[in-house]
Design a protein. Structure first.
Length: 250
């Protein structure tokens, strides 16, 4: 029987939480959550549960990954029902692999409950399909943050040639370098690009531009919340449709 549940908290809006996730949260004895999980989601937890913030924000760690793994095992070994609450989906840049390996090594049963990832929420909020027949037949979810804090070692030429839509997570700090690499790899400087801050939340903010202009727009209006960057021809409408432009103003 599973004693640990790795649950996706979704992009922020508590109404986007799955029914299963909400039910397990209400039953949990211990909840270990990331710092970026919306407080309204955490409030759905069992009132008697022990709530532990183990996340990180802007590079400031409250617990190392090794410590989080150790806490999961320790809490589960007491026989309690433990929820590990992660922003978005646990399997997309959620570092679930290390936690699953630690639980397996300790012989502890677990289950993964998926959540809505930021790319899906951002596309829905902007009313933009990430794939479109005749324009984009693929979606590439990539990180904008390298292992050592710099630019990731992507094959920028291959991503550019794919002709698909790019969804870049954690790319706010490295956006200028990412844009330069894509343009150097052959991407047209006029390729539409959109930066979404706080997808699905009341504080959502959009910056629209091109791969060449978006870094400057972001530098002028620095984001303070989680950022997702979308790049691709499917975004062309946001640059030419006045109704959409008005919706994205501000």
């Amino acid at each position: 029987m599973s004693r640990v549940f790795l649950i996706g908290a979704g992009p922020g809006d508590p109404e986007l939480l799955t029914l299963k996730a909400a039910r397990l949260l209400a039953q949990a004895s211990v909840v270990l959550h990331d710092s970026l999980v919306d407080p309204r989601v955490i409030m759905l937890a069992n009132a008697r549960a022990k709530i532990i913030d183990v996340g990180k924000r802007c590079g400031r760690h409250s617990a190392s990954q090794a410590e989080i793994c150790a806490m999961l095992v320790e809490e589960a070994q007491t026989g309690q029902m433990v929820v590990r609450l992660k922003g978005g989906d646990p399997m997309i840049f959620g570092r679930a692999t290390e936690e699953m390996e630690a639980l397996r090594a300790a012989g502890i049963g677990f289950e993964v409950v998926p959540g809505i990832t930021a790319a899906s929420a951002a596309a829905a909020g902007a009313q933009i399909s990430l794939t479109q027949r005749g324009i984009s037949r693929s979606l590439h979810i990539i990180t904008g943050h390298g292992a050592e804090g710099g630019l990731p070692a992507h094959d920028y030429a291959a991503l550019t040639k794919s002709g698909g839509t790019l969804a870049i997570y954690m790319g706010g700090e490295t956006l200028p370098g990412l844009a330069a690499h894509f343009i150097e790899a052959g991407m047209e400087p006029t390729m539409p690009a959109l930066l979404i801050e706080n997808a699905s939340q009341p504080t959502i903010r959009h910056l629209r531009g091109t791969i060449a202009t978006l870094p400057g727009l972001h530098a002028a209006r620095r984001a303070s919340g989680p950022v997702l960057i979308l790049i691709g021809e499917v975004l062309s409408e946001i640059l030419v449709n006045t109704a959409v432009e008005h919706a994205f103003a501000g």
